[in-house]
Structure formats: C-alpha cells, structure tokens
Design a protein around this ligand. Structure first.
Ligand SMILES: C=CC1=C(C)c2cc3[nH]c(cc4nc(cc5[nH]c(cc1n2)c(C)c5CCC(=O)O)C(CCC(=O)O)=C4C)c(C)c3C=C
Ligand SMILES: [Fe+2]
Length: 400
C-alpha cells in the first residue's frame, strides 16, 4: 500500500481492473461475436437439450436468449424486485453488471432439426451428428446437444453469472446436458509489444499457424457460411466443432523433448517449426517442399498432417479457438486435464472433419483421448435492437 492508504487485509477481494471490467464487445453485427473475437482469459461451452414443440416456442426461446445476451454483454443495473420474490439476478456480479469482455455465442445442433418435422428442410448443409473417430472414447454424457452456448469473458465469474442467468430465465426451453470450463493463460507481450500464442497443457504454443482473424476477406472464405448450397437463413453463420480432448499429461511429462517436438513438428519453447534456424519464431512458415521425405518435419507430425500446405489442403483451413481445461483428478489418481478444442469453419466437412480424418492415427494419439463434444451451427448475427437470434430461421419455418 502507498503511504496514507490502508494496508490490504486478508478479507479484501483481489482488486479488479476497472478498465478490463468495463470492456464491452458489440453485440449487434452481421456475425455473432465470440468466433473471430480475440479470446479473453476464460471460456465455458455449455450444451443443452431444447424443449420446443412449435415455431412459436422456438421464437419465444430465441427472443428470450437474445434479450438476455444483449443485456449481459452490454451491462447495466440489475432491477430491484419486491423482496418477497427471488431477486432478478444471482447477485454474483453485484447490483450493476459490468460486461468484462463477455461474448455469448449461440449455435444449433443437428438433433434440433432432425427431431422436428417443421424444421427438417432447413438444416444447414453440412450440419450432422458428430460420429466417432478411431481414437475417440466418447462419453455419451459429454456429447451432442440441440443447442450450444459459448461464454467467453475476462473472468470466469462473468461467464458463470451469464450461464446462471440464462438457466434461470429459460427453464421451460433449455435443459443443461453438459458443460466444460476452460481458460487461456495470459502471456507477457514481447519487447516489440506483440503477444505470442498461449501454451496448452502439453506446454506447446497453440495458435501459431491460425489464419489471420483480422483478415475479413479470409474469414468470409473460411469461417462464415456462404453460397447457394446453404439455406438463405443460414448465410453469415459458422459451423462450430467442439471436442473435449483429455491430455495424458503424466505420460507426456516423461516423454523426451525430441519426441515431443517430433510429435508436433515444432520447437517446444519458441513454437518455431523444426526447419527454422536458431532464431526462428512461431510465425515462420515451414517449407515442406524442401523436405519431401519428412527428415526434418516428420510426415506424421501433428502440424504436417493437419495442414500439409499443398494446393489441395487450402480448402480445409479452419479457425481454432480452444481453451485449456483442468478439472481435478480422476479416480485412478491421474490429473484430469486437456483441451476444449473449438474450431470454426464455413463448411464442416471441408473443415474439421477433413482435418481430423487426416490426423487419425497420428503419433500424438498416444498422449490424447477425445472424450466428448459435438457439432453445432452458430446463428448469423443480430443486426439491431429490433432483430433477434435466428429470426431468419423462424421466418423460414413459418413459410414452409
Ligand atoms: C481436427 C483438428 C485439430 C484437433 C482436434 C487438434 C487437436 C490438438 N492440437 C494440439 C496442439 C497443437 N495444434 C497445433 C496446430 C494445429 N492443429 C490443428 C488442428 C487440430 N488440432 C491445425 C489445423 C493446426 C495448424 C497446422 C498448420 O497450419 O501448420 C499446434 C502447433 C501450433 C499452432 O499452429 O497452433 C499445436 C501445439 C493439441 C494439444 C490437441 C489436442 C489435445
Ligand atoms: Fe492441433
């Protein structure tokens, strides 16, 4: 404490930063936030079963969701109610909600369409139920769902507050199926002010070769749905592939560094590709044409299989936006840690499914185990105060 200021007490809350608490991501726009938005420190992915037997139900649910998301991401005072009633909110954030960089991203699963004849013809072109891949050990309690909501914010309490608000407001429509909490460890910017990629729980920088999320033309091509094969209502949305992938961290921490680097095809500390010189950074682009036999970068390495960087694989680019998760210990005494892998693409089959099929059998499989997840379609954005999430879908359902 400075002179004259009271010394901090055990019972004081850790001081928050007023600037970051007030950070606000615009809710309105052609696309939903939380997809090309830079990741804040914390995330939650929650999957729900939907109770909606008619278009009217669906409309009421989507309007309610929109209202809550608009308020929670914008912030403002919580209304005072008669004390004989439950309070308007959980109170977790106090009487005035500070947005704290919150984004709420709503996406629909294939089962929402498949189980409802009045939506059947309107399913996005490549939306489907997630099928098992060879290395998967899927827990049914952690898979699929009619609707996903991704919460991202500076503080996990902001996400939890938003989740509790939505669970409380929409009990007649939403039944929680599974949820995973994750985080992205902050990194000190380098001397030039650039921030390197965050590390995952295997200790490697994750995100180095991600497409540039500030390149709007690139995002239009690889992230946002477009084209005559998609229903009109779905233009400007995006497919979400979510995978809960356990990391066998005890085994990994006993694996030789050369093997760890061979498995990924990158240096552990810098994130540079293996064909880079001693000063190479994670931004350096590997040159596979100069290494056709895979002597420097193993042909089976994670990055080479995920993106062989040939003309053909250009159409398989995806935007990865993952979170690390750590949720205690398993009954066998192992740490329960992993990656909440989330990626976004304009076409699920050309994106995640094609990349995962190339990765099947990769050496990394010895250290990871996918245990859950699902595929969802993020609705196009909410244009203005008069609009709501999925309005075009509801209008189309009424016409058919
Ligand atoms: C199907 C898609 C992918 C899954 C599932 C996946 C899981 C996964 N990845 C890591 C760690 C790293 N991945 C890296 C690169 C990378 N990964 C994918 C796809 C999936 N990863 C792609 C498309 C790429 C980029 C390849 C390229 O363009 O060169 C890296 C290297 C650094 C980086 O670019 O991010 C790491 C490290 C883990 C731990 C994991 C599952 C637990
Ligand atoms: Fe990866």
């Amino acid at each position: 404490a400075r002179a004259g200021e009271p010394a901090p007490q055990v019972s004081d809350a850790p001081p928050a930063d007023a600037g970051t608490a007030a950070q606000r991501v615009p809710f309105h726009g052609p696309h939903q936030a939380g997809i090309t938005t830079p990741r804040p420190e914390n995330g939650i992915l929650a999957s729900f079963d939907v109770v909606a037997g008619s278009v009217d139900d669906l409309e009421r649910m989507l309007r309610l969701l929109t209202d809550r998301a608009r308020f929670l991401t914008g912030g403002g005072p919580v209304p005072d109610l008669d004390p004989v009633l439950p309070p308007a909110g959980s109170g977790l954030l106090g009487p005035v909600i500070l947005p704290g960089n919150l984004t709420i991203t709503v996406a629909l699963g294939a089962s929402l369409f498949d189980d409802r004849p009045w939506l059947a013809g309107l399913k996005p072109a490549t939306l489907q139920r997630m099928a098992r891949f060879p290395n998967d050990a899927l827990d049914p309690a952690l898979c699929h769902g009619d609707l996903s909501i991704q919460f991202c914010a500076n503080l996990q309490d902001t996400n939890i507050h938003a989740l509790r608000d939505i669970v409380k407001t929409l009990p007649e429509f939403l039944v929680l199926r599974w949820m995973v909490e994750g985080n992205v460890p902050p990194v000190v910017p380098d001397a030039k002010g650039a921030t390197p990629s965050a590390r995952n729980f295997l200790g490697f920088r994750d995100g180095s070769a991600n497409p540039d999320s500030n390149d709007a033309a690139l995002m239009d091509r690889i992230v946002w749905t477009h084209g005559a094969h998609e229903p009109d209502w779905a233009q400007g949305g995006s497919y979400q592939a979510a995978r809960i992938i356990r990391n066998m961290v005890e085994r990994w921490d006993r694996t030789a560094l050369v093997e760890q680097e061979r498995v990924f095809g990158r240096r552990k500390m810098t994130g540079a590709p293996l064909d880079g010189g001693p000063d190479a950074t994670e931004q350096q682009v590997p040159d596979y044409a100069a290494d056709p036999e895979g002597r420097v970068t193993d042909a089976e390495s994670h990055i080479r299989l995920a993106n062989p960087r040939d003309a053909e694989s250009q159409k398989n680019l995806i935007l990865r936006r993952p979170f690390n998760y750590s949720r205690g210990a398993l009954k066998n005494g192992q740490l329960d840690q992993g990656l909440l892998f989330i990626c976004w693409q304009a076409d699920l089959e050309a994106g995640f499914i094609a990349v995962q099929n190339r990765l099947n059998g990769e050496p990394l499989e010895e250290y990871i185990k996918p245990i859950g997840g699902g595929y969802f379609f993020a609705l196009p954005g909410v244009r203005d105060d008069a609009d709501y999430l999925g309005r075009a879908l509801v209008d189309a359902a009424r016409r058919t």
